[in-house]
Design a protein around this ligand. Structure first.
Ligand code: ADP
Ligand code: MG
Length: 731
């Protein structure tokens, strides 16, 4: 969370967080640990923030917006950065860009009338002089700054027109230069929300620190902490909240100080343990074993018109090894856009049907679900199977009919959106759930899915598909509770998309290119990305671009697609584009995931500098799906920042999703890599998977060792760090 905030204003938006009851040690934990329970361990810190002095309902509500509910949350709310008021700097040694405390004598002060009226006060010591500049000041303030008074200032040093200056520093007058007051510790600056000031934070953390003294037990043995100077949890927290003078400010607050790394390590370890626990819990349940299909699948394969790649076949075998067992499996099928995950899912669905079970395929949007219905429906029809369609937009009567067929078992396959898991949908024998792009589903939807067990208590197998390539180092941590299959090979004949980067000023050339391409029966996407994350503005941008293109390319059929268009209309537009009645589809990023129109071979992305790498990669993946050479034109608005430059260069250099994901991780960190808060990525308080990735191997190793040698500490660690185990539940 801190990493997220760095470099941004201190005010945070409210942060919603799902937080049901705390996770309790389960029966299946390796060694039950009588006498060691959460209740006994972290008692004081588990109290509500209301036990702290000065915290009434209003403040508690504000803290809640930051996700702070108990005393432990206050302890783990670490400063964003630190100010050094422990010593005075000589004015002659100040460097621009740093914050410093200085003491000096007022040499002169006066109002300057420039573009903006300001009060300029020159302050000097034996080593140099600096100007204090104030734009807002009162008469008495200006009068008070009289010559020869001693003054103490704290602020950021900048270079101004007449040498170094501090704009609106904090200052106070001194009787003489000797009695400057320095602080004993660095001053922490906490991330905060409106109405909770830094003084309040210092008070809250003071109270929490003294409350926790002695009551926040050390759960990690020294042997696990060798890399972090064997720093105890209490000492690490103390150091981070109240760093002593002289502490290394180059590492502190940047996540590289041993105290920060130690906390990040403990947190990641706790999450790892939670996931392992979850896997164990799943292994203790039972499921109907599903052998690989010997009849339906071979029949489908004959009719596919293509041969599976080696990677697809391997993934089918891997999935088969799970499905064949009597415990519920959870497997992630990962593969870059266009690698052919759908057909692998089809093999699993057919296995379930052949084993007498029902199977469902769920997609996060209507658009994607319908695409599955059309592709899979076609394939299955050739085998005499007709999937049931279920979406949120169905009429009541159709819905009831669909539900009846699923409940009676007459229908063996269902395809749709999360409507598949609404309360009133019952299955006769649900054996397999396939979820496409699951990171787009919310937590609640994922849980609903898990709860559709069978009447005899058996649990369906789950196959999750994702086109978001995630670097291996991250999968180990994020998906420790799943098995993973990766399709790392594209179907043959695909030509890598050629990527060209060019400034917005070349728009006419781009239009010319579209004109030519469409004259040769090709189709093009023109994407206008989100502007300031507003759907409305993005829709406007796309709308006006569509209008402009219509008038400039009158011979082409141009359609518009954005999030504000009603779903039924959207589907019409998509199928018109698919069937070739539309040449150019102008869209917002709604087309990002999964849309498959093999004839589209030109992708234009305007303002590509605004998009992250993963998003650009997903968008580019909409073309290059057929056997024609495809082109992706990335248009940008100059001047480009360094990050944007690097992103666009990466896009030009590679089409390998994993390489791009790795780069994205380095540039931005995992939260953004994975899209949203719903991404399923663990929401760490302190750790940052990108920054702390060097610790990941140690986390794995330590989890093994701890479960073997000190299993008792696992449950309290999880209870301390993992919010209800839900934040990144794959259920
Ligand atoms: P994704 O993994 O992005 O979901 P799809 O399953 O939509 O990819 O497959 C992309 C396209 O590739 C589809 O048109 C599909 O029929 C085709 N395809 C899949 N596997 C193969 C293969 N082995 N050989 C040729 N084409 C294939
Ligand atoms: Mg797909």
């Amino acid at each position: 969370m801190r990493r997220f905030l760095r470099g941004r204003p201190l005010l945070l938006p409210p942060c919603p967080r799902v937080r049901p009851s705390r996770w309790r040690p389960s029966h299946t934990w390796p060694v039950s640990s009588p006498g060691v329970t959460n209740e006994k361990m972290d008692t004081a810190v588990q109290e509500s923030v209301r036990v702290l002095k000065g915290v009434g309902p209003q403040l508690a509500e504000k803290l809640g917006r930051l996700g702070i509910e108990d005393v432990a949350d206050v302890l783990f709310h670490l400063p964003l950065r630190y100010q050094d008021r422990t010593r005075c700097s000589a004015i002659g040694e100040l460097r621009p860009g740093t914050e410093a405390l200085i003491v000096g004598r007022v040499e002169a002060s006066g109002v300057r009338y420039g573009r903006r009226r300001s009060l300029m006060t020159v302050i000097s010591d034996d080593t140099g002089r600096i100007t204090m500049r104030q734009f807002h000041f009162s008469q008495s303030q200006s009068r008070g700054l009289s010559r020869d008074r001693f003054i103490q200032c704290y602020g950021e040093v900048r270079s101004g027109p007449a040498g170094l200056e501090m704009v609106h520093p904090e200052y106070r007058f001194l009787e003489d230069r000797e009695e400057a007051s320095v602080e004993a510790a660095l001053t922490p600056v906490y991330p905060t929300t409106e109405g909770v000031g830094q003084r309040r934070w210092r008070d809250l953390t003071d109270q929490a620190l003294s409350l926790c003294k002695g009551s926040i037990p050390e759960l990690l043995k020294d042997e696990y902490l060798a890399d972090f100077g064997e720093l105890s949890l209490s000492d690490a927290l103390m150091l981070l909240h109240r760093p002593p003078p002289g502490v290394d400010l180059d590492t502190l607050g940047r996540g590289t100080h041993p105290a920060e790394r130690r906390l990040a390590f403990e947190e990641m370890l706790a999450h790892q343990l939670a996931m392992r626990e979850r896997r164990q819990r799943r292994d203790s349940k039972s499921a109907v074993p599903i052998p690989l299909s010997r009849e339906l699948w071979p029949r489908l394969q004959e009719q596919l018109g293509f041969t599976l790649t080696g990677a697809q076949q391997r993934c089918i075998d891997e999935i088969g090894s799970n499905l064949g067992r009597a415990t519920p499996s959870l497997r992630l099928l990962q593969g870059d856009v266009g690698c052919g995950k759908t057909v692998v899912a089809a093999a699993a669905v057919l296995a379930a049907v052949e084993a007498g079970q029902q199977a469902v395929v769920m997609a996060p949007t209507e658009l994607l679900a319908e695409q599955h219905l059309s592709v899979l429906g076609n394939w299955f029809a050739q085998l005499g199977l007709e999937p049931v369609w279920l979406s949120g937009r169905m009429g009541q009567r159709d819905r009831q009919a669909a539900c009846a067929r699923l409940a009676s078992g007459e229908a063996r396959i269902a395809i749709g959106t999360h409507a598949l898991f609404q309360d009133d949908v019952a299955y006769q024998q649900l054996g397999l759930v396939v979820v496409d792009e699951q990171h787009r589903f919310g937590v609640a939807q994922r849980l609903a899915l898990r709860d559709k067990g069978q009447t005899d208590g058996r649990v369906p197998h789950q196959l999750i598909m994702s086109a978001t390539p995630i670097p291996r180092s991250l999968t180990m941590v994020m998906y420790a509770d799943m098995d993973i299959s990766i399709i790392d090979e594209m179907p043959p004949g695909r030509q890598p998309v050629e990527t060209v980067v060019l400034p917005n000023t070349r728009r006419e050339d781009v239009q010319e290119r579209i004109r030519e391409a469409c004259a040769r029966q090709r189709r093009a996407y023109w994407v206008c990305p989100l502007i300031e994350e507003s759907d409305v503005l993005a829709a406007q941008a796309a709308t006006s671009r569509a209008e402009a293109l219509k008038s400039e390319l009158p011979e082409l059929r141009i359609a518009l697609l954005h999030g504000k268009i009603v779903p039924a209309e959207k589907d019409k537009i998509m199928s018109a584009f698919r069937s070739g009645e539309v040449d150019v589809l102008v869209a917002t990023t709604v087309i990002e995931v999964g849309v498959d129109v093999p004839e589209a071979s030109l992708m234009v992305i305007e303002n590509a500098e605004r998009l992250g790498l993963s998003q650009l990669h997903q968008l580019r993946g909409r073309v290059g799906r057929g056997d024609r050479q495809s082109v992706c034109l990335l248009m940008y608005q100059a001047p480009l920042g360094n990050m944007a430059k690097e992103r666009l260069a990466t896009m030009r250099q590679t089409t390998d999703g994993f390489a791009i994901a790795q780069k994205d991780l380095e540039l931005r960190g995992p939260g953004e890599l994975l899209g949203t808060r719903q991404s399923g990525a663990p929401q760490f308080r302190i750790a940052d998977l990108a920054r702390d990735r060097a610790l990941l191997t140690a986390v794995q190793y330590t989890a093994d060792k701890l479960l073997r040698d000190h299993p008792d500490s696992a449950a309290p660690l999880v209870a301390r760090w993992v919010r209800a185990g839900l934040a990144f539940s794959h259920a």
